[in-house]
Write a protein that binds this ligand. Structure first.
Ligand code: FES
Ligand SMILES: [Fe+2]
Length: 380
């Protein structure tokens, strides 16, 4: 798992000004709430007084209040009230990490890392959002007992649909393309591919009868932006398209929460939302049944422990990007984190750590940048 990317923390409705939300992402705990202006705020969950859980406390006047001794932290992470200390004597060290937040598409995102704004990788842009001719289905959120990289790789895999997705009509890649290496293209902070599927017009009616009638081929492809954002483009014809956004929250090394937006250019009436939602749920369940049984849970660190073929090119490209981010020193050292659990409370370093001193919690351990031995390390 990697610091220095945007991660979905919760839906907009889940973050309130009266109750803190305690959220685990990248194996660490965060607290999210709304300040007096109604802006969503995300802080490290561990109170630096004596380890209380801010997410188990309450929100007062736009501040997170620790349930243990009532210390109050504002949205910037600064302690603004200690009931037993005069305001002017609040120690400079009394602060927790506060993360940049963006609220978009009904989701509260936090940038979990310390990069200054101009260096940050982008939040995925849903370019069809509120565009004429496009309809968004209600945000669909679900949890999977699987590692998020396995889930992203599943989305980047055009050869599984034929076997895993009867609900989509078991779409088969065009036989002419099937045995050719998957051709990859670049995206900023990611990669993509588009392929042609032979439309068998069997179960696809369930997905979209009117769009597939008389259509012989379907173009579809996927791409990823960063480690945890995946897009799928499905084009039945010029006028009939699905664009799907899977924005993934790695809860920890074996659990993932997926925020899914489905944009479409057909079946525009609202009464179709529920129908499509049900189909999406069936398709998601087909994927989940496979993902939750994968062994090992996390992708092996070495390609010698798998047999990758040219149709896995998108997965190879994804892993190359992960290796690049590891080389930058952004990959969390999970072995150290796990070994110290219970003895050391860690925080993802926030951007203010670059300019201010006096931080109480240790920054999360990271693998050293570009160490050659890392190729063999576990991918987690
Ligand atoms: S541990 Fe939070 S106020 Fe004491
Ligand atoms: Fe799938």
């Amino acid at each position: 798992m990697y610091i220095n990317f945007w991660y979905p923390m919760a839906t907009s409705e889940e973050i309130t000004s009266y109750e803190p939300a305690r959220i685990t992402v990248l194996g660490l705990k965060f607290v999210a709430f709304r300040d007096k202006e109604g802006e969503a705020r995300v802080l490290s969950d561990t109170c630096i007084h004596r380890g209380g859980a801010l997410g188990k406390g309450w929100v007062r006047d736009g501040c997170a209040v620790c349930p243990y001794h009532g210390w109050e932290f504002d949205g910037s992470g600064k302690c603004v009230e200690i009931p037993t200390v005069a305001k002017k004597n609040i120690p400079a060290r009394a602060k927790v990490d506060s993360y940049p937040v963006q609220e978009k598409y009904g989701i509260v995102f936090a940038f979990l890392g310390d990069l200054p704004e101009e260096e940050r990788p982008p939040l995925v842009e849903i370019s069809e959002w509120e565009q004429e001719g496009w309809r968004a289905n209600r945000l669909f959120v679900f949890e999977v007992n699987a590692f998020y990289e396995r889930s992203i790789e599943n989305g980047l895999d055009p050869s599984h649909n034929q076997f895993v997705h009867p609900a989509q009509g078991s779409p088969e890649m065009n036989p002419d393309l099937k045995r050719k290496p998957l051709e990859m293209g670049e995206l900023p902070w990611g990669s993509k591919f588009i392929v042609e599927f032979a439309n068998k017009k069997t179960g696809t009616e369930a997905l979209n009868e009117e769009a597939t009638t008389g259509v012989a081929e379907v173009f579809a492809g996927s791409g990823h932006i960063g480690p945890n954002q995946m897009i799928t483009w499905i084009q039945f014809s010029e006028d009939n398209k699905f664009h799907q956004y899977f924005i993934e929250q790695p809860i920890d090394e074996s659990h993932t929460r997926i925020f899914f937006h489905n944009m479409r250019t057909f079946l525009m009436e609202s009464e179709n939302d529920d129908r499509l939602r049900k189909v999406n749920l069936v398709v998601a369940k087909e994927d989940i049944a496979i993902l939750e049984e994968l062994d090992p849970v996390r992708t092996p660190g070495s390609a010698t422990r798998e047999v990758l073929v040219p149709s896995d090119n998108a997965i190879v490209a994804y892993r190359q990007h992960l290796d690049e981010w590891e080389a930058k020193g952004w990959r969390i050292d999970m072995d150290t984190l796990r070994a110290n659990r219970g003895n050391i409370a860690y925080a993802i370093p926030c951007p203010a750590r670059r300019t201010e001193k006096n931080w109480v919690l240790d920054p999360v351990p990271l693998l050293p940048p570009a160490a050659p031995a890392l190729k063999e390390a576990k991918r987690a």
